[in-house]
Design a protein around this ligand. Sequence first.
Ligand code: G6P
Length: 360
Amino acid sequence: NDLSKGTYPHYMIKEIDEQPAVIRKIVQNYQNDNGELEIDAAILEEMTASDRIYIVACGTSYNAGWVGKQIIENLTNIPTEVHISSEFGYNMPLLTEKPFFIFLSQSGETADSRQVLVKINALGHPSLTLTNAPGSTLSREAKYTLLLHAGPEIAVASTKAYTAQIAVLAILGELAGRRKGFALDLDIAHELGIAATAIESIIDEKEVFEQLSVTHLSTSRNAFYIGRSIDYYVVMEAALKLKEVSYVQTEGFAAGELKHGTIALIEEGTPVISIITDPTTAGHTRGNAQEVISRGAHSMIISLDGLDQPEDAYVLPKVHHLLTPLVSVVPTQLIAYYTSLHRGNDVDKPRNLAKSVTVE
Ligand code: G6P
């Protein structure tokens, strides 16, 4: 059943493996009887009537929010901001005339996010919660809910909820864009299917990431992930994942920003993983990889098919440019899992962390 580990040694690896099935299930669940994607028209109406979208979340959900911003702005042309719940709660940004709030919360119970929702409800602004937990507090208290359909996520470190949030945001983005009258050259259901198959092929090769983790990360004190544009959003999540389960101090950096300070931390053998899926920034990120190599770093490049070079550590299958995070995050989840495993950590229950944090 959903709650047992089955033949898996840990929930985290089970949940990583489930991602292709989750993405397919999301597409099915958001399809109507005619096989067309459909979301409550009231949600689309209020969202597209808005002059600015505010995404509010914590932790991994916050990182998914940045990918959501990219997708929503691209497909709907509505300016979108991403906020950390705790900061938003205490220092609310100036709101536009017609704000629309999107809360991202796997559990639907995060207190930091809830206190923002209470405030914006009091102001009378419309809100939508994307959650994995029907009937959860954030679902009940928001005006609208969209479910992630990811199934129970038991490992403290979130994996399938991140990809599920991106998939649901992509569906929402496409339908909102069409509602605004944009003739989008995009079939998101089809593209999500391609992404699901691509994730499967990465998971089939998980030994590559186990090897890489054992050789280059399991005895490291620190590590870096770098990327630009959409890859920058993914490296923030990649770094969080590695930190929380392996306890390797990891920074996720905008590749271009490295030279403005953090490059001082590069020593002989420091692992630096670059993610390269965006053709417009690929050359620059490769340049940054060269800069760290010349300072002694151990560089590993994860690139998208077509942007790859012979020296790359792994080549990701091609997917739609707005959905590359769905595939590029998977190697980083596997790296976090195997590094934690080979360091002898409690993979599913990292020290000091809780699955859902119900205090501010
Ligand atoms: C906790 C978990 C994180 C999670 C965050 C937000 O800190 O350890 O993995 O990303 O809460 O949780 P939510 O349920 O709101 O997505």
